[in-house]
Design a protein around this ligand. Structure first.
Ligand code: PTJ
Length: 256
């Protein structure tokens, strides 16, 4: 079905374009059906945050860049939603960091993995995870499948838009997990070392910019200081406080 394209003048242009990208991803066999629901949940949280990158998200984005900068074997894990929403910035980040992209799906089917691999190849990336040869302990076979040289051996894993179980399982393997999740109360958010509560489409370019800023002489010292001064629980607390304050102000403004 051909849907009319969103007019640029529409006040919710960007949000509607992202929705279109996810829906199109479903039609192309890249996004899981549940990916549409996950996207809607993300939209709702983004709305509560004012659809903007908060100072807390900026702080987390700097910490994410620092962790990736100091990592010995960083890996960027991608699912259907992340692929269709942010393929180009994720590819750029992977290149800058020197990290492989690994396809790691919650709803894994050979067909979707094949479609996603071709999608990443179009962007010049040879993804890992197509023929998994290792298992993340504690997850069932389909969901725990991963690449031995990728996620299995990684010390830092960036997981945009992940499900809670997998983040907990990666933590149990001793890895540092950086997640991008608009829901500050999700299990992923709570289990991660660094939780970037921001829309993936804003967060990835911000992490990349921060990463590039570390490519200077004292980059390692600055990255270390950033991580040492970072407290994820405090950041999550402040995000929640920001949402609460914003809602109170909005109620006063619109309802009197
Ligand atoms: O492609 P697959 O098979 O791996 O499946 C992927 C989904 C997303 C369907 C699967 O991992 C899933 O069900 O995820 P959840 O448990 O719904 O979690 C998705 C989280 O991502 C929610 O907390 C959303 O708020 C958040 N989210 C959604 N869209 C965005 C987002 N966070 C950041 N940026 C977004 N654009």
């Amino acid at each position: 079905m051909i849907e009319p394209s969103v007019p640029r003048s529409h006040p919710r242009y960007l949000s509607l374009k992202l929705r279109e990208a996810v829906a199109e991803g479903l039609d192309r066999g890249l996004v899981a059906r549940a990916g549409l629901i996950a996207h809607g949940r993300g939209e709702a949280f983004d709305y509560l945050l004012g659809e903007t990158t908060t100072p807390e998200a900026e702080e987390a984005e700097r910490a994410a860049a620092a962790l990736l900068f100091l990592a010995e074997r960083p890996v960027i894990s991608v699912n259907g939603n992340a692929s269709v929403l942010a393929r180009e910035p994720l590819a750029e980040l992977a290149q800058a960091v020197g990290a492989p992209i690994e396809i790691n799906l919650f709803y894994r089917t050979d067909e979707r993995v094949g479609n996603l691999a071709a999608f990443w190849e179009e962007a010049g990336i040879e993804p890992l995870g197509v023929e998994p040869d290792a298992l993340i302990p504690g997850l069932d076979h389909a969901r725990g499948s991963c690449s031995r040289e990728g996620i299995f051996a990684a010390d830092v894993v960036l997981v945009p838009l992940e499900d809670g179980d997998r983040t907990q399982a990666l933590k149990a393997m001793g890895k540092r997990v950086v997640s991008i999740d608009l829901n500050p109360l999700s299990r992923t958010a709570l289990a991660s070392d660094v939780t970037v509560v921001d829309n993936l489409v804003r967060a990835v370019p911000a992490i990349l910019a921060s990463y590039r800023g570390l490519s200077v002489k004292d980059g390692p010292e600055r990255a270390l200081a950033t991580i040492q001064g970072y407290d994820n629980r405090s950041v999550l607390r402040r995000v929640l406080a920001r949402i609460a304050e914003r809602l109170t102000k909005e109620a006063d403004r619109t309802l009197g």
